[in-house]
Design a protein around this ligand. Structure first.
Ligand code: HEM
Length: 160
């Protein structure tokens, strides 16, 4: 800033945030990706915690999984979240796959309101897994990530 600008009180314009694609800022994307990295080594436990919590808060969804091998199901869920979290860098490519996933969820008997329970169980699990690293900023970034995914799925299910 020049001496004259300082003298006349011209404000320094802050550097603009680098453009982010999609609903997350770059910072939020890094928070989600960084925190998920930390969960991968404990994925199996995290999946168990997740379903335990889900069935506790929403026992009515338990019958949807009556024929499921929960260990396999846990793996698939964690893999899908990993794909989605990586895909935050290339959202355009991710959307069609998430839409197809949503369409398949019609066949599993999933309703729009179930996504709230899954979101709640997911955030709770992240809190358990990450401890102090699950800051309010990280929580907010995950809430946006999950809500975005869930909305694409609900819309693809024709239940929006
Ligand atoms: C962002 C949200 C979700 C993600 C990423 C997700 C991911 C997955 C994946 C990857 C599968 C494996 C089968 C496939 O690829 O079609 C699956 C199956 C399934 N999901 Fe989801 N899901 C989500 C939300 C939900 C919700 C809200 C429910 C309802 C409680 C649910 C219930 C089921 C059931 C019942 C199956 C079938 C299990 C089986 O075949 O044994 N999912 N989900």
């Amino acid at each position: 800033m020049s001496f004259l600008d300082k003298l006349f009180g011209k404000k320094e314009t802050p550097a603009p945030e680098p453009e982010a694609e999609g609903p997350l800022t770059l910072k939020q994307k890094e928070l989600v990706q960084g925190s998920w990295e930390k969960c991968i080594p404990i994925a199996e436990t995290a999946a168990e915690l997740f379903y335990g919590r889900l069935f506790e808060i929403a026992p009515e969804v338990k019958p949807l999984f009556k024929d499921s091998d929960m260990k396999e199901q846990g793996k698939k869920l964690m893999q899908m979240i990993t794909v989605a979290v990586k895909g935050l860098d290339t959202l355009g490519e991710l959307v069609p796959a998430v839409q197809k996933l949503g369409e398949r969820h019609n066949g599993y008997g999933v309703e729009a309101k179930h996504y709230d329970y899954v979101g709640e169980a997911l955030l709770w699990t992240l809190g358990k897994g990450l401890g102090d690293d699950f800051t309010s900023e990280t929580e907010e970034a995950w809430t946006i990530t999950y809500t975005t995914l869930a909305n694409v799925m609900i819309e693809a299910q024709g239940k929006a």
